[in-house]
Design a protein around this ligand. Sequence first.
Ligand code: C2E
Ligand code: MG
Ligand code: MG
Length: 430
Amino acid sequence: MRAPVRYWLMLTDVTYSGSGGGGGDGDTCSRSTLNKVAVAVTCDPYQRVAFTHGPARALSAAQASTRAIAHDLGSAAKFTQTGETTWRYVVDLPDDPDEHDALLQHLVRLSTCGDDDPDGLYLDCCAGFAVGPHLPAATTDHDLAEYASAALSLCLRSTDRIRFAENESRAEVRDGLTLAHRLRLSSAADFPLVYQPIVRLSDRQVMGFEALLRWRPDQDVLTPDHFMEEAEASSLILDIGLMTIPVIIETFANTLAPLCASDEPFVTINLSSRQLTDPALAGYIGRTLDNFSVDPGRLWIELREDAAIQNDSSTSKVIDQLHQLGCRISIDDLGSGYSALSYIRDLPVDVLKIDRDLINQVTCDPVSAAVVDAICQMCKAVGIHIVAEGIESEDILRVLHGFGIGYGQGYLFGHPTAAAALAGRTATAG
Ligand code: C2E
Ligand code: MG
Ligand code: MG
């Protein structure tokens, strides 16, 4: 007979930090609010058990963990099943501050309880806590439940294991959902594109352009820092990409290519890691290039360094497909975070774009200059092209030129501009 499902809820690094702590603001702690805690829990959020042992096993492990908590808390807890592997429970808090803290500690620990059966399953679990006395705006059980769900939602986004709701949590999640909703209602016309020249540093001749997305929900034109996080989190970036990729390729064929002083002009598009999970992407790009008679080698695909580092088999398959199609693979923002550069060995990388924060330092910080120089040596050794991003001054340009960097981009040469305004310009920038 199969042994009963055992589980560890992997929340081991978290303890509740006392009344007024745990994410709540001690100064605003008010006993006039609900003296309850709502906890929203989801099991196996990253589907590790479901993938390795099957969905049925994941479900029974989640149910076993719910039963264990329900058994421990007895009639003190009111449980609501909110999804197959998610549920919420509400517990009254004692008035005595020591008992109150002890109970919260216990609830956190309950979720970390383990079992030393060597055949047991490890079950990830994320929990959002809404502690009534820390949330003056929560005046009903429904409010408290919403705060707990909001804390869980923020927890999952941040890949934390546990979150305590704060007064702003519910608005933060609602704002995100509202933004996602507005993004979903937007049409292709609401996502204009701008293009920034990429020049040859030796003579400032324009070699290609980077396509950059904007969003125009009303009068304002917003840059990606206002909407990209939500577009990625909600997967709407997939639809946005399908709308904008043909526009970029057509604009390149009709307007941008003639502006380049090169036999091999190019346009670069940015793809986020979410887009690289779409197995149909390479086929779609291939057909679109075909429709506009654009050679695939004219399209450079920019991937952020984090996407390259986190590359798993499905992502690297799409990257390989795009490379096999003939597109150039370019790694964006090199040096913006910690990286081991091992992806250069694992992925078909043609171009590295050095991040502007690193580029900005080359004239004032010898270490940054040495890092950029070392990147150049490495790229020369393995035949990878370099583009320096965010060049804003002649001094920086001189240093980069001295390092032998071929291509660059930045306000010194041109700001991102609508294609209609670029048409008719000469091929020399800046
Ligand atoms: P990125 O691909 O690294 O793009 C370069 C960013 O630096 C752009 O910001 C550009 O406007 C800005 N920039 C260029 N030259 C300079 C300079 O000299 N100084 C300074 N301070 N900034 C400069 P933008 O347009 O706000 O785009 C931000 C990021 O959003 C992009 O970073 C890219 O990661 C992402 N993104 C843009 N368009 C798309 C898209 O169509 N799809 C996806 N998935 N991501 C996109
Ligand atoms: Mg880019
Ligand atoms: Mg970049």
